[in-house]
Each structure stands twice: as structure tokens, then as C-alpha cells.
Design a protein. Structure first.
Lengths: 496, 289
């Protein structure tokens, strides 16, 4: 079970590492203490790709709250802002009001469908490249490697008794981790308030308590999850490894060991023939590189986060022994099964489930884009009174009451007039509008970025009503502009 | 991939329970779980010390923080009151017309008036103020005692036929039949005349006879043609709105036995500010003059 230090043996500059995968099924017990994993540094295509992904994702996370976006006066100029006190969400040119939270439903559906799609096409690519747990663990490993050295040095240091060197190295590592962790928590709170203002408040110890508590919690979780829990988060805490079993099929690209090419494996000395044996020289570089502590040669496993670092590790070895790369590579189970057989069963990338996921994703996305693009900066909401449903007036006419809400999503004062259609000789009166007089067209004024509620009464001579209910249409027009909003409601009268 | 059956037989002992050949391992708990459990125990001990926790015979352990739900509610209420303070001040000084003209103040008064109405008035007038038989509908424009802001404020403050308020709205319609002022046939004639005011008379000659009686007995309060008098709380009789019912039987009963509805004087119960809010709210229901 113990991971042990390298014992260089075989060929052409390839060290064979005496290591057994921490997560090996045959030797693992259902209940055992965690064995610490010391992933070895690798170089290669996927490692480079992961550096880029890390730079981009962390860059977005840390920089986004500092971007500015001019919305004119009366509005915050932060590009991405979740403003809880004012109940607004700003994302560049998009502003979401509380009643439009259904956009989040759409985004969640898209996120789920996108995740399904990616998983179906190429396994746990999300886990391996972009999941925050992976990215931050990677970042913490960079620090660990920088302070304590690579795998062998770290294992030695772990085993060494406490000394001044060990103590100072550990302190330095924890200190840098802590700074990163605080930066993580610190960046988070900037999404919820004006970043420059909050930054100044934080430095002056003048920020809201909630900000400090949030930073504290996120600092602690980042420090613990990135520094210590690491692969345990993926294996034990995250539900996705269990779900992926239903997502991945034999046509999904997964990180696999090509056993048909690698077996039978065994040590290989320089100059020996490759006849009658597989290409795997059993150097265990793939195992040493694995941050999840598994042996990819055991096949697809729940612990595997598809980070592809074993591919890089193996490719490096293959180049040294002068064999083609790709002994470990992205491949499908169907391909693996059919290789070496006469009736090759070709993998199909375009499968019905992929088309369905993509179609749902696209449909939801297009629908949301349409709704977003076609929404107006003026909205009205009319609620017919239920108690009483209608009122008879002394001249025999019937009056209905409505709660009339106007949402002015623009950043300027706006005035409107209201008319109705559908009920003959209807007479409007309004409580709370600027013009409270009866009869004349009432004028509604709504402040910038505000919702205003008015009581609107519509009275009509009882004799003019055809039935118990009549459709009524409210038309709100902006003064001296073309903007208008309409709402269909009903007008109720007594039974006839 | 190894199957579950590949797993080595565990050396952990079983609990000794067995169901259909299925045995239960007596594995220790996962450590993170166990530590979380210990932390919750330590937390609970701390909680007992600082928060109210244990019931005693006649009281309970109050805890070092001295927290009570009541205290926190009181703090919230006083916070809300402080936030509303400037509006209260303005409601106090502003006239009813000024409240109605100022949009912020109006919204504040309407919100407060609505909740005060639900608590104090809805029992009789209904939650939508649509009234019931004998309890007027406050949404319409038919007012017994006047529908201006001033009238409504006076009615709420002093009540109607209240025994506890000297300035209460006071008037009494005679019990025409019960007290022997009119005979049953005359009451019938008056009722026919009242029906004729809304073009519903069934007996033209009775209505004509009733008109004479009406001119002698009723016109002083109900006015010529039954146009009503809000000074005396005498309802209009020539509109389709009836407090007790507008069918002939009910009208006969009303004329015979009179109706003397009452309403409490709220002046001694509610603060003037709340009465102001109620006034503006009732006025805003749609019938305010």
C-alpha cells in the first residue's frame, strides 16, 4: 500500500517506479485510512492544455468583478454584479429583475445538458480540465512542487522527522496556500458589491460582516479541499462519478490504456526485441502521475477524473523507447474491443443521444436568447380584484378594480398614459397616479429602474355589458414616445 | 474492470445479524463522519451554555447570551419603526389631502391602512370592504354619512350610535309600524313609493298614496325624491344600492321596525395616525368623494 521512493532500473533513461495505485481494487479495503498521493510532474500536450485552461478559468474568476460596464447614471457600472439589496443581477448588457429568475432555470438546464453532452462525447472532461476542485488542486500542487520539490522529494520530506528544514518548507507552503485561499474567498465577495469600494472597505476593516464571514468560509474550504482533501472530494463527496456511469457509453472518448497494444507488459531493456510482448514496459509512470491514485491500466474507474496526465506521462516514455505515442490515449470502449479483430466495429461519434443533448441545449439557448432579445424595458402586470370582484355604483354602473404594476427598466423617469379597449364607455380612474382626477386620462410617472403599483378602477354602464365577463385590454403608452405595453384582463359584472 | 465479487473477504467482524444470507459488517464509521459527530456534540454543549436550552421546573436556563425570540422580535420591530419614523412624522403633521397628494406618503398610508383595516374593520365590512347585509360596502360611492376624507375620518373616529363617544354619528329612524305611527296598509304604500323611485313599483295607485305619506313622514330626512342626507345618515333611496335589501318585503320591514346599525368609535382605540391611514385607505377603495 505504501508509495515508495523510485528505484531506477530499466532502459534508456526511463525510471521504473515501484508504486502501487492507491485506489487499486484488488488490494484496497472498503475501510482504510487515506494514503497520501504525490502526483509526479509530467510534461506534454495535455499538461500544457491544462495550464491554459487554468490560466483562463482563474483569470475569469479573479478579473470579472473588476470589469466596468457603463449603464449611465442611476445604475452600477460593474459588468458582473449580483446586487442583493437592490434585487438586481447585472451581466454586461443584461439586467435581470427578481421575477426573471427563470433565466437561471434556463441556464441550469443548459449547464446540465452541456455537461451531459460533453460527458457523452468525451467522458469526464469537465472534471479533468475545468472543475474548480481540479483547477485549485492543480494550483496548490504547483505551490507544493515549488516549495518541496517533485514526487520523490515530497515523499522523502513526508517521511523525514520534523526538522528546521521540514518545518520551514511546510510553513512556506501553507502560507502560500493561505494567500491563494484568501484570494479565492476575497474574489468571490466582489461579485456581490462594487469591487473597488468593497476592496477599500476590506482593507479599512469597514466592510460588512457578511463579507468577512464569506471570505473566511471560502478561505477555509479552499485551503482544506485544495490542500488536503484533494481527490477525496472527487471520490467521496462529489456525486458526478456515480452519475457518469449512466452518461458514458462504449462510444464515448475516455482516457484508456490500450491493452491490446500494451500487453503482455514487462520490463524492457534497451536493444531488446519487441517481438512477442506488449509495448507497456511497466514503468508505472502513469500511476505516479495520477492525481487520483489509480492505475489507468485497470480500465475505466470511478476515481478517474479524465485529467489525461497519464497520457502525457506515457507518451514521454514511448518517445524514449522509440515507440509510437498513444499507448494511453483518448479512445472508446468499442474501438478497444474491436482492435485486432477482423470485423472492426467502428465508433460512431454522432449518436442519437448526442444529437438529442445538443438539440435540447440549442433549443433552450435559442429560446432564452429570443426571450432576452425581445423583452422590453417596460413591463406591466395587471391583477383583477377578487374581493370584491365588482362593485355596483349608485348610478347603476359596474366598476372593477385592478392592481396595476408598471416596471420601468430604463434608467430615466418615464411617464405614461393609460387607455382601455374592449369595454364600451369605460371610464378610468386611478389612485396614486399624478393626476387623480376622474375622467381625464391619468398620467403615470415611474422612477428609473423602479416598479410602481397603482390602483386602477374601470367603470362602465351596466346596460352596456353583454355578459357576466368581458375581455378588457389595457394599453399603456409612453408620453411622446412609441413605447407601449398591453395587457389582457377581464371585466366582471353581475350575473344576467 | 474488477467486479465487486473480486473484493477480498474482509477481516472485519460482522454484527452477528443475518438476513437471507446477507451479513452486516461491523465497520468503524468513516473518520470524517465521526469527527463531524464529535464536533456537533461539542457544539451542543457550547449551545447549552450560551443559549436558552434546558427546561427547569418553573423557568428555563437562560444562557449567557440572554437570547430570546421575543427580544429579537422587539429589536426588529423597533428597527422597522425607526425606519418608518420619518413617514409617521409626516403622517402626523400632514393633512389628509396632503397625504393623498404625496405619492410616497400615499403608498405608506395605503399599506398601513390596509393592514389596520384587516385587523380592525374586516370583521364587519369584510376583508375586501365589500360589506354584508347591514354592514355597508365601502367600495361603492353610496355613503350613509358622507364619503369625503373629512366625513370618513369623523365616522371612524366617533363611530355610529356609539354609547362611548359624545360626538358620535347619531340619528334614529322611527319604527313607523311598531310604534303605531303608520298603519300596515300605509307602510305598504310607502314601500311601493320607495320602489317607484327606482322604477320598480308594482301598484301605481299605492305608490301615489305612498308619495303623500313619504312627503309627510320621510322627506325630512330622506329628502325630496329620496335623494338622502349624509348629515343625518339617511340613505339615498333612488339608487340600486341597499344596505339591508331593496326588495319590497325588506323595505316594509325596515319602515315598520327601523334600522339602527352601530359602529364603534375608534378614536379611543386607535391612534390618530392610524385613523388617518384608515381614512385614506377607505377613501381609496374607489368610492371616495
Amino acid at each position: 500500500m505504501e508509495q515508495s521512493v523510485t528505484q531506477p532500473t530499466t532502459a534508456i533513461g526511463v525510471e521504473t517506479i515501484d508504486v502501487e495505485a492507491v485506489g487499486k481494487r484488488e488490494t484496497g479495503k472498503l475501510y482504510q485510512k487515506r494514503v497520501k498521493i504525490h502526483p509526479k510532474r509530467v510534461y506534454g500536450t495535455f499538461r500544457s492544455l491544462k495550464w491554459w485552461v487554468m490560466a483562463v478559468t482563474l483569470g475569469i474568476y479573479y478579473i470579472a468583478p473588476w470589469l466596468r460596464w457603463d449603464r449611465g447614471p442611476n445604475a452600477p457600472d460593474q459588468a458582473v454584479l449580483i446586487d442583493f439589496p437592490a434585487r438586481r443581477f447585472y451581466f454586461f448588457f443584461i439586467e435581470i429583475w427578481p421575477q426573471e429568475v427563470y433565466y437561471i432555470t434556463g441556464l441550469l438546464i443548459m449547464a446540465a445538458m452541456g455537461l451531459f453532452l460533453v460527458t457523452t462525447v468525451m467522458g469526464r472532461a469537465w472534471c479533468g480540465y475545468t472543475c474548480p476542485q481540479t483547477v485549485w488542486t492543480d494550483l496548490f500542487l504547483v505551490v507544493e512542487r515549488f516549495v518541496e520539490g517533485d514526487r520523490n522529494a515530497r515523499i522523502k520530506l513526508d517521511r523525514a522527522p520534523l526538522s528546521v528544514t521540514k518545518f520551514s518548507k511546510r510553513t512556506a507552503k501553507f502560507a502560500i496556500w493561505l494567500v491563494i485561499a484568501m484570494g479565492t474567498g476575497g474574489a468571490w465577495v466582489f461579485y456581490f458589491a462594487d469591487a473597488p469600494t468593497l476592496a477599500k472597505q476590506l482593507i479599512d476593516f469597514d466592510a460588512p460582516t457578511a463579507a468577512y464571514i464569506t471570505i473566511g468560509i471560502l478561505t477555509a474550504t479552499t485551503f482544506v479541499l485544495g490542500g488536503f482533501a484533494r481527490e477525496q472530494v472527487c471520490t467521496y463527496m462529489c456525486p458526478w462519478p456515480r452519475i457518469q456511469g449512466a452518461m458514458v457509453d462504449e462510444d464515448s472518448l475516455i482516457v484508456t490504456y490500450r491493452a491490446y497494444r500494451g500487453e503482455p507488459r514487462g520490463p524492457h531493456k534497451a536493444g531488446e526485441s519487441w517481438e512477442g510482448r506488449g509495448h507497456c514496459i511497466d514503468c508505472n509512470q502513469c500511476v505516479a502521475a495520477c492525481p487520483a491514485g489509480i492505475d489507468i491500466r485497470d480500465g475505466l474507474q470511478m476515481e478517474c477524473i479524465s485529467c489525461a496526465l497519464c497520457i502525457d506521462a506515457c507518451d514521454t516514455v514511448m518517445e524514449k523507447v522509440d515507440l509510437p505515442r498513444g499507448l494511453i490515449n483518448y479512445d472508446t470502449l468499442r474501438n478497444l474491443a474491436s482492435r485486432g479483430k477482423a470485423d472492426a466495429d467502428k465508433t460512431k461519434i454522432l449518436r442519437p443521444r448526442i444529437i438529442v443533448y445538443a438539440a435540447v441545449w440549442l433549443m433552450v439557448g435559442l429560446f432564452m436568447a429570443y426571450v432576452l432579445a425581445s423583452r422590453s424595458d417596460l413591463d406591466i402586470n395587471v391583477l383583477h380584484d377578487r374581493n370584491p370582484v365588482f362593485v355596483m355604483l349608485s348610478d347603476g354602473s359596474i366598476r372593477n378594480g385592478y392592481t396595476f404594476k408598471i416596471l420601468n427598466k430604463a434608467y430615466i423617469d418615464r411617464s405614461f398614459t393609460l387607455t382601455t379597449e374592449g369595454v364600451p364607455n369605460a371610464e378610468l380612474s386611478v389612485v396614486g397616479a399624478a393626476d387623480l382626477t376622474r375622467g381625464s386620462a391619468p398620467i403615470f410617472t415611474v422612477e428609473p429602474d423602479q416598479l410602481r403599483s397603482f390602483r386602477v378602477f374601470v367603470a362602465a354602464p351596466g346596460a352596456d355589458l353583454a355578459g357576466e365577463t368581458a375581455p378588457i385590454r389595457f394599453v399603456l403608452r409612453e408620453l411622446e414616445k412609441d413605447t407601449m405595453a398591453t395587457y389582457e384582463s377581464i371585466f366582471r359584472g353581475p350575473k344576467r | 474492470m474488477p467486479e465487486r465479487s473480486d473484493l477480498p473477504p474482509s477481516d472485519v467482524e460482522t454484527t452477528g445479524h443475518e438476513w437471507d444470507g446477507i451479513k452486516e459488517y461491523n465497520n468503524p464509521l468513516p473518520r470524517w463522519w465521526l469527527w463531524t459527530f464529535y464536533v456537533t456534540i461539542i457544539w451542543s454543549i457550547g449551545y447549552w451554555i450560551v443559549m436558552p436550552a434546558w427546561p427547569l421546573l418553573s423557568s428555563y436556563t437562560e444562557g449567557l447570551f440572554g437570547y430570546t425570540n421575543r427580544k429579537s422580535v422587539m429589536a426588529e420591530i423597533s428597527q422597522a419603526q425607526a425606519a418608518q419614523g420619518k413617514y409617521f412624522e409626516r403622517i402626523h403633521t400632514a393633512s389628509l389631502e396632503e397625504i393623498r397628494a404625496d405619492r410616497d406618503l400615499l403608498e405608506f398610508a395605503l399599506a398601513g391602512g390596509r393592514s389596520a383595516f384587516s385587523v380592525n374593520c374586516s370583521q364587519c365590512h369584510g376583508s375586501g370592504a365589500a360589506g354584508f347585509k347591514g354592514y355597508p360596502n365601502l367600495n361603492d360611492d353610496h355613503w350613509l354619512w358622507g364619503g369625503t376624507l373629512k366625513d370618513i375620518q369623523a365616522t371612524i373616529t366617533h363611530g355610529i350610535r356609539s354609547e362611548l363617544d359624545e360626538k358620535t354619528r347619531q340619528s334614529e329612524m322611527p319604527r313607523f309600524l311598531a310604534d303605531g305611527i303608520l298603519k300596515a296598509a300605509q307602510v305598504n304604500d310607502v314601500a311601493e313609493y320607495v320602489l317607484s323611485l327606482t322604477n320598480r313599483a308594482t301598484d301605481k295607485s299605492a305608490a301615489d298614496r305612498g308619495q303623500k305619506i313619504f312627503a309627510e313622514q320621510c322627506v325630512v330626512c330622506h329628502g325630496a325624491g329620496g335623494k338622502g342626507n349624509t348629515e343625518l345618515g339617511a340613505p339615498r333611496l333612488n339608487d340600486p344600492i341597499w344596505l339591508y335589501g331593496g326588495d319590497k318585503e325588506t323595505i316594509v320591514a325596515t319602515v315598520s321596525n327601523s334600522r339602527r346599525g352601530v359602529m364603534p368609535a375608534w378614536g379611543g382605540i386607535l391612534t390618530p395616525e392610524i385613523i388617518k391611514k384608515l381614512t385614506v385607505y377607505v377613501h381609496s377603495l374607489g368610492g371616495g368623494k
